[in-house]
Write a new protein. Structure first.
Length: 346
């Protein structure tokens, strides 16, 4: 792992419904504790959850409209992080302000930009318009004790389905018979694509259970770890867009909590069966493996351990190298030679 986060990119902070359901949400993101809330005009605010006076968490205070009142000594801060009220004096200390991040709500996701505020271009938010589909879905978040790039590696190499998820997805070796390719599209997103011909149907394609099928699994990665999955199946020889089975399309979005822990956002269909499958896949299969990998790595840098590279790693390697490039560029703009040297060493 690297000690430097890429900053001039959009990260997911929360599902919009998480924030809308309560006065304030607190969440550790990129090693710092943040306070997120919906403002009275329908927008969103994201403030560092720490009063600059005695460093009390602002979440231990209360809201007064769009103002956050510190529960320790009553200083009040607006959505821009500016102190607007001092109960002990008409004077407000000039350094009484709190860091904030630009925040955008789109497709049911709260996005934040931790880099240069003036560079926060909303057109760079990855496309998750699939989430605007009115079909009911359950939106979830889990936390894993593993670096976010390890989770992205896992998602960009779905051949692990044949081993880690042997008992849940029961793919039966279909991916081992398939063809894999990785490429970067015109928008800079990295794709990891599997095509499988004349294999048994996946579990979700129940209407194709008795016929041979052509299957595909496509994963899109956008920096830093915003992923989108499409899994489809059609009767062998049938064009994909004429398949009688609707493809599965899901977000898989990873945001660093710390250098060794991550928030993992995903969704699944309603119902006990779908919930049980999601728990089995993410909590009982992915989590133990990824957390074990993190423990074995410890504080070592990924490339310093000289990992063996397989052909199925091509998309994950592309993603890691793209993040290295972004780190170098940001470090160069800041004049941070230490980070530049670290990124180059990776």
């Amino acid at each position: 792992m690297s000690n430097a986060y890429v900053l001039n990119v959009w990260y997911m902070a929360a599902w919009q419904e998480e924030v809308d359901a309560t006065d304030m949400v607190t969440r550790t993101l990129l090693d710092r504790n943040w306070l997120i809330y919906r403002t009275e005009d329908g927008g969103y605010a994201m403030l560092l959850n720490r009063c600059p006076h005695r460093f009390a968490p602002l979440s231990r205070g209360r809201r007064e409209g769009d103002l956050i009142e510190c529960g320790y000594h009553g200083l009040r801060f607006d959505r821009t992080g500016t102190c607007v009220h001092n109960p002990f004096s008409d004077l407000i200390p000039p350094n009484a302000s709190i860091p904030t991040y630009p925040v955008v709500a789109r497709n049911g996701i709260i996005w934040f930009w931790p880099g240069e505020a003036g560079a926060a271009d909303e057109s760079l938010i990855p496309d998750y318009s699939i989430l605007d589909d009115p079909t009911p879905m359950v939106r979830k978040r889990t936390r894993m004790e593993a670096n976010y790039e390890l989770l992205a590696d896992n998602l960009l190499d779905l051949s692990h389905v044949e081993f880690v998820h042997r008992n849940s997805f029961r793919s039966g070796g279909a991916m081992l018979k398939g063809e894999h390719k990785a490429y970067t599209d015109e928008q800079g997103a990295i794709w990891s694509c599997w095509s499988m011909t004349n294999v048994p149907a996946p579990l979700f394609a129940t209407t194709l259970a008795d016929v041979p099928t052509d299957r595909w699994t496509n994963m899109r990665w956008s920096a830093p770890a915003n992923l989108y999955l499409e899994v489809g199946a059609a009767p062998t020889g049938c064009p994909r867009d004429e398949s009688p089975v609707q493809p599965l399309r899901n977000p898989h979005i990873v945001t660093p909590e710390t250098q060794t822990s991550s928030h993992y956002f995903y969704n699944h269909k309603p119902g006990e069966e779908a919930a049980a499958l999601a728990t089995q896949v993410f909590e009982n299969e992915d989590r133990p493996m990824l957390e074990a990998v993190q423990r074995e790595m410890g504080d070592a840098q990924f490339w310093d351990l000289r990992p063996v590279i397989l052909n199925v790693d091509s998309a994950a390697v592309r993603a890691r190298r793209h993040l290295m490039k972004l780190r170098r560029e940001e470090a160069a703009r800041r004049g941070d030679s230490a980070v530049t040297d670290l990124a180059a060493a990776e």
